[in-house]
Design a protein around this ligand. Structure first.
Ligand code: 5GP
Ligand code: ZN
Length: 142
């Protein structure tokens, strides 16, 4: 995609601090990291949503990202990592080329997810699970 910043990075038209590249994926340092070493793993093919990425490429992204996460733990103070993917603007996606964040984490890094925990009203949990499960069966069959 000609106006996509990450496609331009893959093509070498915009510089990046490359970590890894193969025929399916490209990994490079995020320019504004949560912690130093914060990496983005992206499909070489342009996809806005993770949902359209072919299974082999999506699998490679996850495989490479988790290996990078393990290596990031060797940097300085880190002892864990988060994998994060925002799919859609309301979820926080800013760059519309799907990307998996690998974020090195340390117990003392003072970064906190703002992760709330709601409570399901009676019956709602089973209802939602049944609905999604039925629709997913259809989707995966096609
Ligand atoms: P999102 O919010 O879409 O999940 O994350 C987009 C990420 O891309 C942000 O963390 C941002 O810092 C990073 N980013 C945006 N533009 C560039 C760029 O030109 N180069 C690099 N290396 N990272 C970028
Ligand atoms: Zn792109």
């Amino acid at each position: 995609m000609s106006d996509c910043i990450f496609c331009k990075i893959i093509a070498g038209q915009i510089p990046s601090a490359k970590i890894y590249e193969d025929e399916l994926v490209y990994a490079f340092l995020d320019i504004s990291p949560i912690n130093f070493g914060h990496t983005l793993v992206i499909p070489k093919e342009h996809h806005q949503s993770a949902a359209t990425i072919p299974e082999a490429t999506a699998g490679r992204m996850f495989h490479v990202a988790s290996r990078i996460g393990i290596l990031l733990k060797r940097l300085d103070e880190f002892d864990a990592y988060n994998l994060h993917l925002a799919d859609g603007t309301a979820a926080g996606q800013v760059v519309m080329h799907a990307h998996l964040h690998v974020i090195p984490r340390g117990a003392e890094d003072e970064f906190r997810w703002n992760w709330r925990q709601l409570t399901y009203p009676e019956g709602k949990m089973a209802e939602i699970a049944a609905d999604i499960s039925a629709k997913l069966k259809e989707k995966l069959a096609n």
